[in-house]
Design a protein around this ligand. Structure first.
Ligand SMILES: Cc1ncc(C[n+]2csc(CCOP(=O)(O)OP(=O)(O)O)c2C)c(N)n1
Ligand SMILES: [Mg+2]
Length: 347
């Protein structure tokens, strides 16, 4: 993410901090993770406020409480890789390098937006940074991700695909048809695809328990002979370790791999879901205790990597980035009428 370095990082000694000797990350990297997650959080809180003020139209699905999931896996992104996800896509785009200004302007539908104001929240797209969307049709993008991975192997590009999808979409036929082909092609090393199932426990108002009789979702990968594992996706270090190991294997073998990333959607489904009648407040309050940013900050303090003052400075800096993005979006022009038919249909 294009953010400036914090005061604390500038004054820091480089190298691995006390208590973190076994971690393969230097202090700047560890502080950078905190900055990225905090910036995404404050960016989305600002977007939610703007949506409720009627300044953002369409729809808005937030990634609040899931930041460590995308950050950990996308840390293994390499140029040439392809990343594809559903509509809860702001974090993926920002981590991959879209600027907060262009993403916020896109949410506002402005001409300076990431896709010139024509996609909105659900359809971010940023090919130069490996981001292939942003899709609103539940499960619809899953076959595309598997197809990307096939093409990458066919072209012997050495690249891989990270395919993100929700617990709600795994019941969609598109998942099962695509996973079947991924397993089949994987036998020949022709499907370097990381399936990242973002299990945030809800598909709109339907809990996983009410959506399927087989609630151990990752076992569904077994039907297609796709190896898989679970990860606590609210623990950034667990995700980083898993991501590093699994992407190495995928790149070496060309076989697909499934991850059931355990997290929780602490916000409403979308910014227009006010009542949340499908769950109790206690359940959400309990989940908030496992907030990935709090957990990560706690670890940084424990390891002596950051002080409370360092974390405060990161929050202040992230708030300034979010405020700047809002100001930029508000002051940006509407898309020009001459753009009405450009980039809409392929030639
Ligand atoms: C094909 C299709 N059916 C229904 C919908 C309506 N819908 C939008 S989001 C959603 C739930 C998806 O849940 P999940 O895959 O768990 O993703 P999450 O919102 O939790 O990130 C549904 C059913 C849709 N967009 N597309
Ligand atoms: Mg879900």
């Amino acid at each position: 993410m294009a953010t400036t370095r914090s005061r604390s990082a500038k004054s820091a000694e480089n190298g691995v901090a006390k208590g973190a000797e076994t971690l393969p990350y230097d202090r700047d990297t560890l502080i950078g993770f905190s900055r990225t997650m905090t910036t995404i959080r404050l960016f989305e809180e600002a977007a939610q406020k703007a949506f409720r003020q009627g300044k953002i139209g369409g729809y808005l699905h937030l990634y609040i409480g899931q930041e460590a999931l995308a950050l950990g896996f996308l840390h293994e992104y390499r140029p040439g890789d392809k990343i594809i996800t559903a509509y809860r896509d702001h974090a993926h785009a920002l981590i991959l390098g879209a600027t907060p200004r262009e993403v916020m302007a896109e949410l506002y539908g402005k001409g300076t937006g990431l896709v010139k104001g024509k996609g909105g929240s659900m359809h971010l797209f940023d090919v130069k940074n490996g981001f292939w969307g942003g899709y609103g049709i539940v499960g619809g993008h899953i076959p595309l991700g598997v197809g990307f991975a096939y093409a990458q192997a066919y072209q012997k590009s050495g690249a891989m695909t990270q395919l993100y999808f929700g617990d709600g979409s795994i019941h969609n036929g598109a998942f099962h048809e695509a996973a079947n082909l991924a397993g089949l092609w994987g036998r020949e090393g022709m499907n370097p695809c990381l399936f990242v199932l973002e299990n945030n426990k809800y598909g709109m108002g339907t809990s996983v328990q009410r959506a399927t009789a087989m609630t151990d979702l990752s076992e569904k990968f077994d039907s297609y002979a796709i190896e898989h594992e679970d990860v606590d996706a609210n623990d950034l270090f667990a995700v980083l370790e898993c991501a590093q190991r699994v992407t190495k294997k995928i790149r070496e073998t060309g076989t697909p791999y499934g991850i059931e990333a355990q997290t929780y959607r602490v916000t409403a489904h979308g910014a227009a879901d006010f009542l949340e009648r499908y769950r109790g407040k206690e359940e959400v309050a309990e989940a908030r205790k496992h907030d990935p940013i709090n957990r990560y900050e706690h670890r940084l303090l424990e390891m002596g990597v950051a002080t409370e003052a360092d974390l405060e400075a990161i929050r202040a800096e992230a708030k300034a980035v979010a405020d700047d993005a809002v100001k930029f979006a508000e002051e940006s022009p509407e898309p020009d009428l001459s753009e009405l038919y450009t980039d809409v249909l392929a030639d």
